[in-house]
Design a protein around this ligand. Structure first.
Ligand SMILES: Nc1ncnc2c1ncn2[C@@H]1O[C@H](COP(=O)(O)OS(=O)(=O)O)[C@@H](OP(=O)(O)O)[C@H]1O
Length: 97
């Protein structure tokens, strides 16, 4: 049900997504630093492809898994499911970032 290799994807609870500011604070508190050479914009923070994906069937408990992983200070997860592979694939990788 879960495969590695790309983002933490999830759903409609935008308010529960971790902001760049929250992540920076967590990293500072944790003593960790940025990794990788991602592009950065003032409005959207880092724009890079996901490093992990959560894939699951409806009612399979993917939300609970996401929320557990999100607790880690180095994890930034989207708040809204992007539906890239099933609805937005034609928009391309630049949209996905
Ligand atoms: N550990 C564990 N054990 C048993 N059940 C669990 C667990 N974690 C989540 N859940 C239940 O899974 C339901 C939500 O799954 P999803 O997050 O995949 O839902 S969704 O399809 O994305 O809406 C949701 O079920 P319902 O409450 O019946 O909707 C959760 O209560």
């Amino acid at each position: 049900m879960i495969t590695a290799q790309s983002a933490l994807l999830e759903r409609e609870a935008q308010e529960s997504s971790t902001t760049d500011e929250e992540l920076a604070g967590r990293r500072a508190a944790n003593g960790s630093s940025e990794r990788g050479g991602a592009a950065s914009t003032p409005d959207y923070g880092e724009k890079k492809l996901p490093q992990a994906l959560i894939i699951g069937v409806k009612k399979g408990g993917t939300r609970a898994l996401l929320e557990a992983i999100r607790v880690h200070p180095d994890v930034r997860a989207v708040g809204v499911e992007p539906h890239f592979f099933d609805r937005n694939y034609e928009k391309g990788l630049e949209w996905y970032r």
